[in-house]
Design a protein around this ligand. Structure first.
Ligand code: GLC
Ligand code: CA
Length: 560
């Protein structure tokens, strides 16, 4: 397999608004990040993916950009940015920017112009359509409730917005739009940034016939309807030629609605498009059909089926990105682990299960502490437009009661991941000296970085060890993957193999004790523990897995 630095790296995602506030206004900022680079160095990560820091009216916390070459005032200045970049580089940490180019803000000057008249030079930068019988051009829904089309009085036409109506979709079929994006990317790369995480990049090419889709629980078709459209690969190949070729970058596409077959094209190992993609199938194992608003618990067999299909499917032909969390998902320990008595054990178990797979691991801020979901009291506690809109729409339509919807929001809302990073046990978890823009999780006195850095057996130190092992053991990066016991409802067991070496990764996803007979070809005398979340794990003819136990064994075989 071809080696590459981005295959050997661990990426850490920062959501700047919630990471560290340096000036007491209650909002995280760039100087806050700069001040915490040593913390990240200590953790051992190689790359930071920075959620958007560009100028934005913040309808969707920076995912609605009004100027791609300016820094959001709340986050600081371009000088602050340059200092952060150079301080990161001095520590050997790379910075990957969030590239949000499926849409802009409606306050971007391109859109301000575009909506003025049908013959404005920027008209074609966006997607305008006539209504159909006095209604929207088709039944597509916005990701954030309601229709994906907004009627605009001035020219009496509709524009497309797969996200909020303050996020109009760019028209990628217009070569001028593509050139604008490529110029902007080159501008950032010339500044020294190390790559891009590309926001919903699978949605940029729309079928010009705009066909209706299957309606969901609110009556609209999914915002994912246009995923993997007719020209998406062509446009990404053009981006490769005009921007990325000849540069050392990490590129990862956020590909909602991506299938394995499509991913093989996006992340093809001949390097003509992206290095890797984020797929979301494993984020759907606890959805209720196509509806994410539920508190259904996953069936572990589904999780294993999905992740193993991606592990095997991309082997040798593309590359996986590995994640449990990001700023759009609830906390993994509350979702796939257990956030009470077994919080630390299950957080370490989940980390083991993910970091031992083939692919580039992503850690979302706070995941390395086992930060949990948040006991939001009522709808007033939420800040995320997705959560707030869904609440009003679904309760309003009578699909769910208020109590049901609050239960689902507490379980699935994106705001679970967006409360302030818990630095220490002081006021506001040490995040700000002012009033935080969103509530702090009340468990910060117990769960915080300071406490965990001082304690050898903490989740933080466990992550640190996993990251270090990846640097030392090639097999973790490049070994092949094979699933064992696909039908077991409680244990996730898989092997990795590289040359004469093998790993056995055994994870107990539940609170009972289980035994695992040694699989064929494994010999207890030759096995040693590489890492585990209980101190005294040992190889035996029958491996005993205690509640939420994770253990990785290494065995050298005969040289072939
Ligand atoms: C992506 C982002 C999400 C954002 C949306 C619109 O899914 O991760 O946070 O709301 O795109 O940009
Ligand atoms: Ca601030």
């Amino acid at each position: 397999m071809k080696k590459a630095w981005w295959k050997e790296s661990v990426v850490y995602q920062i959501y700047p608004r919630s990471f560290k506030d340096s000036n007491g206004d209650g909002i995280g900022d760039l100087n806050g990040i700069t001040g915490k680079l040593d913390y990240l160095k200590e953790l051992g990560i190689d790359v930071i993916w920075l959620s958007p820091v560009y100028q934005s009216p913040n309808d969707d916390n920076g995912y609605d950009i009004s100027d791609y070459r300016a820094i959001m005032e709340e986050f600081g200045t371009m000088e602050d940015y340059d200092r952060m970049l150079s301080e990161a580089h001095q520590r050997g940490i790379k910075i990957v920017m969030d590239l949000v180019v499926n849409h802009t803000s409606d306050e971007h000057h391109w859109f301000v112009e575009s909506r003025k008249s049908k013959d404005n030079p920027y008209r074609d930068y966006y997607i305008w359509r006539e209504g159909k019988n006095g209604k929207e051009p088709n039944n597509w829904g916005s990701c954030f409730s309601g229709p994906a089309w907004q009627y605009d009085e001035t020219t009496e036409m509709y524009y497309l917005h797969l996200f909020s109506k303050k996020q109009p979709d760019l028209n990628w079929d217009n070569p001028k739009v593509r050139q604008e994006v490529f110029d902007m990317m080159n501008w950032w790369l010339d500044k020294g940034v190390d790559g891009f995480r590309m926001d919903v990049i699978s949605l940029i090419s729309k079928d010009p016939s705009f066909p209706d889709g299957v309606p969901g629980i609110n009556g609209y078709a999914s915002f994912n309807e246009p995923a993997n459209g007719p020209h998406v690969h062509e446009y990404l190949q053009e981006m490769r030629r005009k921007v990325l070729d000849g540069r050392e970058t990490l590129t990862v596409g956020e590909c909602s609605g991506v299938t394995l077959e499509e991913a093989k094209k996006y992340a093809r190992s001949d390097g003509r498009e992206l290095n890797m993609v984020f797929q979301f199938e494993h984020m759907d194992v606890d959805a209720d059909g196509a509806n994410k608003w539920s508190d259904k618990k996953m069936d572990l067999r589904d999780l294993k089926e999905v992740l193993s299909r991606w592990q095997k499917g991309l082997q040798d032909v593309a590359w996986n990105s590995l994640f449990w969390e990001n700023h759009d998902q609830p906390r993994s320990v509350s979702r796939f682990g257990e956030d009470g008595e077994y919080r630390e054990l299950s957080a370490k178990m989940l980390a083991t299960c993910l970091h031992m797979m083939q692919g580039t691991p992503y850690i979302y801020q706070g995941e390395e502490l086992g930060m949990t979901n948040v006991p939001f009291r009522d709808i007033e506690d939420f800040r995320d437009l997705d959560s707030i809109n869904a609440y009003h729409e679904l309760v309003g339509q009578g699909v769910f009661t208020e109590a049901e919807m609050m239960k689902y929001l507490r379980y699935k809302s994106r705001d679970n991941a967006r409360t302030p990073f818990q630095w220490n046990a002081e006021r506001n978890a040490g995040f700000t000296e002012g009033t935080p823009w969103i509530m702090v999780n009340p468990n910060y006195r117990e769960i915080n970085a300071e406490e965990q850095m001082a304690r050898e057996d903490s989740v933080f130190h466990y992550y640190q060890k996993l990251i270090r092992l990846r640097k030392e053991q090639e097999i973790i990066v490049y070994g092949t993957y094979d699933l064992l016991l696909p039908d077991d409802r409680e244990l996730y067991v898989y092997t990795r193999a590289l040359g004469a070496e093998k790993l056995l990764v055994a994870c107990n996803f539940y609170g009972g004790t289980r035994t695992l007979p040694l699989p064929e070809g494994w010999c207890a005398q030759k096995m040693e523990v590489m890492i585990g979340n209980y101190e005294d794990a040992a190889a035996a003819e029958e491996i005993c897995l205690r509640p939420y136990e994770a253990v990785v064994f290494r065995m050298r075989g005969e040289e072939r």
